[in-house]
Design a protein around this ligand. Structure first.
Ligand SMILES: [Zn+2]
Length: 459
């Protein structure tokens, strides 16, 4: 054993045993205790395993609400005060496996496909029509009658030149979200989109879409990026090839589900609230291990870690498990409305909804002077591989709480692999590294500790 290891071990056991007291430990020592406890105990990963064993948590499904009760049970056992907030959520069901195929001179090509969330079904026997390929949004705008009677094939890749894959995602997500709406205005009868994936692979990726403002609703599906490339090539060889798609998904009546709020009262300034969270719902193709099981677990474990080290924040801490981020942020809207009604004084909001990969930094939305203060913590995080202190948004759920005097933070994990699995069948526990997940929980715990200790607030 080298000396550093012995020192770290002694320090860790000292912190765990509570001697010396936290108030005489340096910030470096406290952070070391937080990260060590996370990596040694693996509590968050254990919670994520239990969660994903329950299956997918599609909004409006029984499983999604079961997951809320599951988290409530854990939070209760940890001594949180918990309560549920009813949220009316849409209920969309996928039905039987989708079909998509076309014929070439060398035979029938079967594609890996999935309906987009919220899409209508095709006619019972399926839909067959020629395709029109769209490779840019500018091209879409310039079309006049080209889509009439055809299936619009959106083939707009995520731009690989972006270092941050979230930028590439938001730049091409329009084909999924409003692809059907725009194509229907130009006479298309169906839509097939290239999956929003950062690499070429054979997985179809689902995600939400809207018909808002459409006179006619047309069915929309995603195909894998690999199939989109093949289809594009085959279409060049045979522009009149006919595409077959079959889906029997369906929107049902809305149902009631819940946000879960788990609270620990602050030791001194209990009327000031630090809120943190992720969303309980997931897509149905995988089990939402990264999106956003990881974010829920990060949030719960962050507070668990502080409790393990006898660190009780001065401010009240609320962990919120938001319901229905994926189909329109319903839970986030309810939480924001209820908080306003009850005059909850949020001073800090933190979200983790970018996956459970190794944390690289944090993004801050706050007045400049406070962004500068958060950046002063940077050297404390360097030993843990975090160096990106950006100002690139915070998170979709907490964005509903936005006000100029709220300090908002979003965890920024490494994002290169995130869109390989996002909204696909690969978003399962096997794609989460226990160590990387734990580093995320520890990072959030460390930020809460520092922001609370140094009274970071815009009020
Ligand atoms: Zn998410």
């Amino acid at each position: 054993m080298n000396k550093c290891f012995v020192f770290a071990f002694l320090l860790w056991t000292t912190i765990i045993l509570g001697q010396p007291k936290n108030d005489v430990l340096s910030d470096e020592e406290i952070l070391k205790g937080i990260y060590t406890t996370a990596l040694v105990k693996n509590q968050g990963y254990k919670w994520l395993e239990e969660l994903t064993e329950m299956g997918p948590r599609l909004t409006g499904s029984e499983n999604a609400t079961k997951a809320v009760y599951h988290f409530q049970k854990i939070a209760d056992s940890l001594g949180f005060k918990t309560f549920l907030q009813p949220v009316t959520v849409p209920q969309w069901v996928r039905g039987e496996a989708e079909e998509a195929n076309y014929k070439t001179t060398s035979g029938k090509i079967v594609l890996n496909s999935c309906a987009l969330g919220g899409s209508i079904a095709t006619p019972e026997k399926g839909l067959k029509a020629p395709l029109f390929e769209i490779t840019s949004f500018e091209q879409l705008d310039s079309l006049t009658t080209e889509l009439e009677g055809k299936i619009a094939f959106y083939n707009i890749p995520m731009n690989p030149a972006f270092i941050n894959t979230f930028f590439a995602y938001s730049n091409s997500a329009k084909q999924r979200y409003v692809g059907a709406l725009e194509a229907s205005k130009k006479g298309a009868v169906g839509v097939v989109i290239r999956s929003l994936s950062a690499t070429v692979n054979d997985l179809p990726h689902t995600g939400s879409m809207t018909y808002k403002g459409a006179d006619t609703k047309i069915p929309a599906m995603a195909i894998s990026t690999l199939d989109a490339e093949k289809l594009s090539t085959n279409l060049k060889d045979n522009p009149s090839l006919e595409f077959f798609m079959k889906m029997n998904c369906e929107s049902k009546d809305s149902v009631i589900s819940y946000n879960l709020v788990a609270e620990i009262e602050g030791a001194q300034n209990s009327e000031e609230v630090i809120v943190l969270g992720g969303h309980t719902d997931s897509w149905d193709l995988g089990t939402g291990a990264h999106d956003d099981g990881a974010g829920c677990v990060h949030s719960l474990e962050a507070i668990w870690l502080l409790k393990q080290l006898d660190i009780l924040p001065k401010r009240t801490v609320r962990v919120v498990f938001f319901m229905n981020e994926e189909f329109g942020l319903d839970g986030a809207k309810v939480y924001a409305k209820e908080s306003k009604k009850e005059n909850i004084n949020h001073v800090i909001a933190i979200e983790s909804d970018a996956g459970g990969f190794s944390p690289r930094g944090i993004s801050v939305v706050a007045p400049d002077s406070l962004v500068a203060r958060v950046r002063e913590f940077r050297s404390l995080f360097e030993p843990y591989g975090l160096h990106q202190f950006t100002e690139t948004g915070s998170g979709a759920d907490i964005s509903q709480l936005y006000s100029k005097d709220l300090v908002m933070l979003g965890l920024r994990p490494d994002n290169h692999r995130y869109f390989d699995i996002h909204h696909s069948a690969a978003d399962v526990i096997e794609s989460v590294s226990p160590r990387e997940l734990e580093m995320g929980s520890a990072t959030i715990a460390a930020f809460i500790y520092l922001l609370d200790k140094y009274d970071i607030s815009a009020k």
